[in-house]
Design a protein around this ligand. Structure first.
Ligand SMILES: C[S@@+](CC[C@H](N)C(=O)[O-])C[C@H]1O[C@@H](n2cnc3c(N)ncnc32)[C@H](O)[C@@H]1O
Length: 223
């Protein structure tokens, strides 16, 4: 995900990470994100046969649309109704049939428990949560992966904050893949294939090439 606009909610908001604040940010822009699927999703799922996927914090739907176009049956969850509606419009614009492969759910992930717990893939790209919420939400997402299925969690590395690119200023939303794996994935039950930061090149608003880092956790459930 690269943002077209600042990632940072207005300072005036009492709690900038609520459903209402996200709705407000989405409404303020025709497009908040780039409209392109996340590169890490493309690279880390390229070798998977399509099946069922849960996209947590699906935003404007670029990842969900890409997955559906590859044959995945997608459940896209977000608590912003503005983002979900935008995602629905974009899916229809891309191809009328794609929408049939995407189920959109308007849910707050901090309180929602997936009723289906056998997804072939569960992914969360740049879902920014405070630490206590993160453990609960990522724990539920891990529990929703089927035996043999894959969990993919991607976040901005905290080192990006020094680069001058738009990143959340709140330190609590940053995590390391290693910490998530140690906290949530029982070693005998999971095979971790990627855990750590990885470079990615982006172009800044003023045209400069900048190397940023994503924290990536990719793990398969053994049983
Ligand atoms: C930074 S955006 C990333 C969107 C998309 N995954 C992407 O990479 O383009 C984070 C998304 O997570 C959603 N989100 C944040 N907290 C959430 C929560 N507690 N429950 C559901 N959605 C949430 C926001 O509404 C927003 O659409």
């Amino acid at each position: 995900m690269e943002d077209r606009h600042s990632n940072e909610p207005p300072e005036s908001m009492a709690n900038p990470w609520t459903e209402e604040s996200y709705d407000e940010r989405y409404r303020a822009h025709g497009s908040l994100w780039s409209g392109k699927p996340n590169p890490v999703l493309l690279s880390e799922t390229a070798d998977l046969a399509p099946g069922s996927v849960l996209d947590a914090g699906s935003g404007e739907g670029a990842d969900a649309i890409w997955l559906a176009s590859r044959g995945w049956q997608v459940t896209a969850v977000d608590f912003s109704s503005v983002a979900l509606e935008r995602a629905a419009v974009r899916a229809r614009e891309n191809a009328p049939t794609l929408g049939q492969r995407i189920t959109r759910l308007h849910r707050d992930l901090t309180s929602w428990q997936p009723s289906k717990v056998d997804y072939d893939l569960v992914c969360a790209q740049f879902l920014q949560l405070a630490a206590a919420q993160r453990a609960v939400v990522f724990g539920s997402l891990a529990a929703a992966v089927a035996p043999g299925g894959m969990l993919l969690i991607v976040g901005h590395d905290a080192s990006d904050r020094a680069l001058g690119v738009h990143r959340p200023s709140r330190p609590e939303v940053y995590f390391t893949a290693d910490a998530i794996a140690a906290q949530l994935l029982e070693p005998g039950a999971w095979e971790v294939s990627v855990s750590g930061p990885r470079e990615r090149t982006v172009t800044s608003a003023d045209g400069q090439t900048i190397v940023v880092h994503d924290e990536i956790l990719r793990a398969h459930r053994r049983h």
